[in-house]
Ligand binder design. Structure first.
Ligand code: NAP
Length: 508
């Protein structure tokens, strides 16, 4: 697949138009499958962030946008969905060549999920309780009370490189659905599709409603997280930077949602159907070279099944084809960068040093036709203890750790023994047993006999240090609104007002 598009230089996108950065500098975007330059992108600055926030702030002052009726807003969301489908081919191509995700996944999953998210939130917007009446209780006196849900204002989004355009829509869709405006800083490895999304969305929303400032975390992300006119920040990325965002946002007390890292436990019970559980567990960890926050990186296997399971996993892993993600036959693409490849390889070294055993993979690999790319063999470790570095730290690469257990109580304890709590899974033929395990797992999502099943109508987010708040689903709309309580007294006489005697002792 190739698309005839100009991908060489991308400016910033501010107030409905392309803008040069005040630095006049650019940075390179590299195809991780080949190491080749695919685009140059404007290096934004603090000044550019301010310009984008001022544009978003002016757009928020436009009451035609902020107070748009739900049925009209739903039409806008449907129009955005249509724009995504219309521009799907270009979006998919740009995403593949910059993120290294496979064409197969991005064209048959991500792009459809994105379009569907705007449609799903359009339906929720029509049902959303923007105004809610409260009953009139006898105390503190007859009154009419209601609650309004209003947009927050200028929202900032800072996004990662693993699924850049999908994750950008998790923030853009609820922000716009509730009448906010937004400034997005995409990850520096993968800014192209966020810029393209802003361009196509701006064709159906007023100027300034969506803006993108590209550039580094320190030069663009930090000014965004501290800007006094930004009232909400939604961050997806590592737990380490998430902590920093929280600290930066505290200075102006911003409403903050964080989607952070994971080290998700995947539990095989003795009665699991291995014909599904084994490929399912590999899908759970090797999709996108393991660069997904919800990847099932710790596989807990009962002693009785251990050898059979490991043999099956190794056999299946040997069938996975590494290659150019643009080719339909490729199962696994590269990792995002040379630096990420080195990080993953150093984790593999650390695992070996701690006494774990590699039963397949473990090395970088040269892919014919992709000589400059960053590929790592899908890797499986056995003899892993849950307190090893490879079982506790997020590797964000194609590395599965297999951990044995004998008792169910023991496996639940190990599964929860991590700072993270994003996702978890259990494989069994007994649904009641599965629910019992699911209740005990401290994670934002539990998949039973499945993995990676994110839904646009269900909330996604983490327990513990995997984050704060939820994206997608109805609940994501709450995260982009604030509540206003409006009270109207229905007591005409002064002396009958409940408060009158609270302050005034002299009565007429
Ligand atoms: P990252 O290093 O934390 O970066 C995320 C974003 O933060 C990037 O846009 C980055 O900009 C920016 N950033 C870096 N330093 C910053 C600073 N000081 N101030 C403000 N912004 C800053 O994460 P990543 O490596 O891109 O992505 C991988 C991580 O994301 C993994 O930990 C993964 O688990 C997590 N993730 C979580 C979810 C979820 O939903 N829970 C989903 C996907 C990924 P630059 O690119 O310019 O450095």
């Amino acid at each position: 697949m190739s698309v005839d598009v100009e991908v060489k230089t991308f400016p910033l996108f501010i107030n409905g138009k392309w803008e040069s950065s005040s630095s006049r500098e650019t940075f390179d975007v590299i195809n991780p499958a080949t190491g080749e330059l695919v685009a140059k992108v404007a290096k934004g600055t603090k000044e550019d962030v301010d310009k984008a926030v001022q544009a978003a702030s002016a757009a928020f002052e436009n009451t035609a946008w902020r107070e748009m009726k739900p049925k009209d807003r739903a039409k806008v969301l449907y129009a955005i969905s249509h724009q995504i489908i219309t521009h799907a081919e270009e979006l998919v191509y740009l995403e593949v060549i910059s993120s290294g995700g496979t064409l197969r996944r991005i064209s048959s999953n991500d792009i459809l999920q994105m379009a569907d998210l705007f449609q799903t939130l359009a339906k929720f917007t029509l049902e959303y309780p923007f105004s809610e009446n409260l009953p009139s209780p006898p105390f503190p006196g007859p009154a009419h009370n209601f609650i309004w849900r209003e947009p927050i204002g200028v929202c900032a989004a800072i996004t990662p490189w693993n699924m850049p355009m999908l994750i950008a829509t998790w923030k853009i869709a609820p922000a716009l659905a509730m009448g906010n405006t937004i400034v997005i800083k995409p990850a520096s490895f993968t800014p192209l599709t966020t810029l393209k999304l802003a361009e196509i969305i701006s064709e159906v929303v007023p100027p300034g409603v969506i803006n993108v400032v590209t550039g580094s975390g320190t030069e663009v992300g930090e000014p965004l997280a501290t800007h006094p006119k930004v009232e909400k920040i939604a961050f997806t990325g590592s737990t380490e930077i998430g902590r920093k965002i929280m600290t930066l946002a505290a200075g102006t007390v911003k409403n903050t949602t964080l989607e952070l890292g994971g080290k998700s436990p995947n539990i095989l019970l003795e009665d699991a159907d291995l014909s599904i559980a084994l490929p399912g567990s590999l899908f759970g960890v090797f999709l996108h070279s393991g660069q997904l926050c919800e990847s099932g990186t710790r596989l807990f296997v009962p002693d009785k099944l251990h050898d059979q399971v490991v043999e099956g996993l190794v056999k299946l892993t040997s069938t996975l084809k590494l290659g150019n993600p643009l080719l339909e036959g490729t199962d696994i693409g590269p990792v995002i960068s040379k630096q990420q490849r080195d990080t993953v390889l150093s984790y593999i070294e650390a695992g070996i040093e701690e006494g774990a055993t590699v039963v397949c993979g473990g090395k970088e690999v040269a892919v014919p036709g992709c000589e400059g790319g960053y590929f790592i063999e899908p890797t499986i470790f056995i003899n892993v203890k849950n307190d090893m570095k490879i079982a506790q730290e997020e590797i964000f690469g194609p590395v599965l750790t297999v951990i044995r257990y004998s008792e169910i109580e023991e496996v639940i304890e190990m599964a929860n023994d991590t700072i993270y709590g994003l996702a978890a899974g259990v494989w069994t033929k007994d649904v009641n047993k599965a629910y019992d395990v699911a209740r005990k797992l401290r994670a934002g999502v539990v998949w039973i006999n499945d993995w990676h099943m994110l839904r646009n109508d269900a909330p996604f987010g983490g327990y513990k240090q995997s984050g704060i708040g939820r994206e997608m689903g109805k609940h994501s709309l709450d995260a982009y609104t604030q509540l206003k309580h409006v009270h109207t007294s229905m007591v005409p006489e002064l002396h009958k007002r409940n408060w009158y005697q609270l302050l005034f002792s002299e009565t007429e």
